[in-house]
Design a protein around this ligand. Structure first.
Ligand code: SAM
Length: 228
């Protein structure tokens, strides 16, 4: 929920809808402590003061520093995937600290678009995963753009099985990071050429071919394993 600017004044917060159901699922009642966050980095300790089926009132006790984010924002640019695979990618990428997820339409992608409902669901998956992993930031899942229209600031790394460079040899924290992964059919040669000529760095994730939904997690896992 939206947090008031000044928590020192001991303000109350009223929750409705899904948030109230969530308190019910967690079996919280009046007097119970809990943590709340606004999805944009602010976190607070709170206490339930009243709860019925439709509405909960919380007393905000104090602002907390919030779990640290990566030193620079990490964007995952992931090709549209079949079935429900993107939900798994969004969930795990959120746990692994990604700041934004940009969906991509690529030449070999079987899926060319995503409906508004599915996009909204992916954003709900990200919000749930933030709660689970106690992140005060919820990454936004952005509607698909054609690969050629993707822009980035700072470093871009594109996962490709047929290169030899490693992410760990290049990654630094002086600028934002964008990670690109392809669809089931991979990036085409012309897409790779275009990305490399725009300054993206190809990186390999070992000698095996990973599934399209595994590659983003291998990249993000490599970053998380450095301790950021
Ligand atoms: N036949 C496809 C090809 O030739 O590129 C395989 C695509 S793979 C199933 C899907 C995506 O996962 C690739 O586009 C790439 O981004 C990533 N990927 C899979 N294995 C990889 C590896 N060993 N190194 C780097 N990226 C990999």
């Amino acid at each position: 929920p939206e947090l008031p600017a000044d928590l020192e004044a001991g303000p109350e917060l009223v929750l409705t809808g899904g948030e109230v159901r969530h308190l019910g699922v967690m079996r919280l009642g009046a007097g119970d402590p809990l943590l709340v966050f606004d999805g944009r980095g602010r976190e607070a300790r709170a206490e339930v003061t009243a709860l019925d089926g439709l509405r909960a009132t919380l007393r905000l006790v104090e602002e907390l520093p919030g779990t640290p984010e990566t030193p620079q924002p990490v964007t995952l640019a992931v090709a549209l995937l079949k079935g429900d695979k993107l939900a798994d990618v969004v969930r795990a990428a959120t746990e692994l600290g990604v700041a934004r997820i940009q969906l991509l339409v690529t030449q070999h992608a079987d899926v060319r678009d995503i409906g508004a409902n599915k996009l909204a669901r992916l954003n709900r998956v990200a919000a749930e995963a933030s709660k689970q992993s106690r992140r005060a930031v919820t990454p936004e899942v952005l509607p698909p753009v054609p690969l050629a229209a993707l822009t980035w600031e700072g470093q871009a790394y594109v996962a490709h099985p047929y290169v030899h460079d490693l992410l760990s040899s290049h990654l630094h924290w002086d600028s934002p990071v964008t990670l690109l992964t392809g669809p089931e059919g991979g990036f085409s040669e012309s897409e790779m050429e275009a990305l490399l000529s725009r300054g993206a760095q190809g990186v390999v994730l070992g000698p095996r071919i990973l599934r399209a939904e595994t590659a983003p997690l291998a990249l993000l896992g490599a970053i998380a394993a450095t301790g950021v």
